[in-house]
Each structure stands twice: as structure tokens, then as C-alpha cells.
Design a protein around this ligand. Structure first.
Ligand code: CP
Length: 309
């Protein structure tokens, strides 16, 4: 039942992705960004295809942007609802996936809390599988959108210093961004309190800081991470105000950074916790809405390249 997985037929994570595929995704993203801007998207690219959205965890941005990407290219998309499903009746995950795959979707988009679940699904089904976020490990389309957003503003990734700040150990966005941005030649500054740092560093060109001001000082881009408030260690911080004081991105901190530093945040935002209101909305430094908008051409590129392969 479990077959080997072809990393060029699926998008499961960044480390397994061959370099030409990363290049192809970013190039096709630029193509679709221009088509969207000119309102000249070819709506027949995925005509006749039906996608299955399997979100076992909540999502505001990712699910909607995959839906819009599918519609913009002429595909249909079915949103499967785990709450009303047989998983509530005790059916095994594998049986559910096999039953859904028997309906022969042209592609499956999956988000799941468990480590490596999209990979396991790709071993069972015949169609391409796209990871829309699993566990703390992978969120490859978010990483591609973040890389593309930085490229758009800076014109390159090689030689840049990119700070990633917050709950690094628990963040699939951080894990995937470290893997992608370092492969594309950036140096990564990880910034977090010690209990939010991974036990081992995944790449050679990654530096670790527990002092936020030090970690962002030479950064060309700062990616702030969503703080899961329930993970806040009360022995280290009295409350979210204490966290904001130590690790929140404020204008006061930005003033001590490079003048052209850009700020990203994949969402959901905790304003006043990891990021100050006026930094999130800053018209010069914040690319947060552009980053959200870029998830659309990224996901159009991924659907096009995988479903039309
Ligand atoms: N960035 C992101 O994955 O957001 P959602 O959880 O809203 O999809």
C-alpha cells in the first residue's frame, strides 16, 4: 500500500525538493503575479480538474488562498469537513484517505497536526499531494511566499541576513523558512528565548540569539512568528506584556536596524504581543499584506506545475 514518494510530483517539504523545482516554483510565481496584476490569468489552465482540500487543523489564510488559486485557474475544489466525517465515528485515518482517494481527485491539499502526515498520504494515493502545513515541521507554500516576497523587494536572497523571531521550535513556518532561505543563500538569525529554540541547529549558516536587538541589528528582513499564548512560559515572562517587552517588534527596535529592513509575519498576528500595531501597519517596513497576497500566485504556480506535469 505504501509506495515511494516522488518529490517532484508532490510538494511535501523543502529539504526533499530538488533545486530546479524551487527555481521553477519561484519563476512560475512571478509569472502568475504578473498575470494577476494584469488581470490576464488563463482560466483554463486547470479546467476539468477537481482538488480536495483536507484541513484537519483550522486555517484562515492557507485554505482560502488554495481555494482562490484553484478557482482562478479554472479547477473545482471540494472542502472536506473533518468535523462531519467518519473520523468522528472511529474510522482509521488510512481508511478515510483511501476512500477519498477512490473518488479520484486530481490533487489533495492537506493540513494535519501530526508529523509527516502529508508524506504518508502521498505514499497511498495516486494524485499529487500538497502539504498545507504539518506539525512543527513543514509549510512549504508559506516558505515559498515568504521567499518570493523578500525577492520582490530586495531583488535577491543570496547574501541577505534574515532574522526569524519567536517560537522557533514549534513553528513550521520557521522550520520551512530556515530550510528554504538558507538553500537560496541567505544567512539566518534565529531569535528566541532559550525554551523556544530547537535543541539542534538544522543548517550551518544559522546563528542563534536570545537578545532580540542583537539578532535584528544587521537583518535585511525580519520574519516575526505567531506566539501560541498557551505556550508562554510564565517563569520567564510575567505575561504577554513581558514577552512583548523582550521579543516584540516595536518601532523603537526598528529604528536601531538597517533603514531598509522589511518586516514579514505569516499570521495569525497577535498585535501588541509579537508585533506592535504600528509596525504591522507600517507602510515602509511592513510587507505583511503583500506577503499574504503573494500566497495566491505561489499556490497557483504549485497547482499548475504539479497538476499539469
Ligand atoms: N499562515 C498560515 O498558515 O495561516 P493559516 O493558519 O490561517 O492558514
Amino acid at each position: 500500500m505504501f509506495r515511494p514518494v516522488d518529490p517532484t510530483r508532490n510538494l511535501l517539504d523543502i529539504p526533499s525538493l530538488p533545486a530546479p523545482m524551487i527555481e521553477a516554483y519561484l519563476e512560475r510565481t512571478a509569472y502568475y503575479a504578473e498575470k494577476l496584476a494584469n488581470k490576464s490569468v488563463d482560466r483554463t489552465v486547470l479546467a476539468g480538474k477537481t482538488l480536495l482540500n483536507l484541513f484537519f487543523e483550522p486555517s484562515t489564510r492557507t485554505r482560502t488562498s488554495f481555494e482562490m488559486a484553484a478557482y482562478r485557474l479554472g479547477a473545482n475544489i471540494v472542502n472536506w469537513d473533518p468535523e462531519g466525517s467518519a473520523s468522528r465515528k472511529g474510522e482509521s485515518f488510512t481508511d478515510i484517505i483511501q476512500s477519498l482517494a477512490a473518488l479520484r481527485p486530481d490533487g489533495i491539499i492537506i493540513r494535519h497536526a501530526k508529523y509527516n502526515t502529508p508524506h504518508m498520504v502521498a505514499q497511498i494515493v495516486d494524485c499529487p499531494v500538497i502539504n498545507a502545513g504539518d506539525s512543527w515541521r513543514a509549510h512549504p507554500t508559506q516558505a515559498l511566499a515568504d521567499a518570493y516576497t523578500i525577492l520582490q523587494r530586495k531583488g535577491r536572497l543570496g547574501g541577505l541576513t534574515i532574522a526569524i523571531c519567536g517560537d522557533v521550535a514549534q513553528s513550521r513556518v520557521a522550520a520551512c523558512n530556515i530550510a528554504l532561505l538558507s538553500r537560496l543563500g541567505a544567512t539566518i538569525n534565529l531569535i528566541a528565548p532559550p525554551n523556544f529554540l530547537p535543541p539542534t541547529l538544522p543548517q550551518a549558516n544559522v546563528a542563534v540569539f536570545t537578545d532580540m536587538d542583537e539578532g535584528i541589528r544587521n537583518a535585511d528582513a525580519i520574519i516575526m512568528l505567531h506566539l501560541q499564548k498557551e505556550r508562554l512560559d510564565l517563569s520567564a515572562f510575567s505575561d504577554t506584556i513581558g514577552y512583548h517587552h523582550a521579543y516584540g517588534l516595536t518601532h523603537d527596535r526598528l529604528r536601531r536596524c538597517k533603514g531598509d529592513v522589511i518586516v514579514l509575519h505569516p499570521g495569525p498576528l497577535n498585535r501588541g504581543v509579537e508585533i506592535a500595531d504600528d509596525v504591522a501597519d507600517d507602510p515602509h517596513h511592513s510587507l505583511i499584506l503583500q506577503q499574504a497576497a503573494n500566497t495566491l500566485p505561489v499556490r497557483m504556480a504549485v497547482l499548475d506545475l504539479l497538476l499539469n506535469a
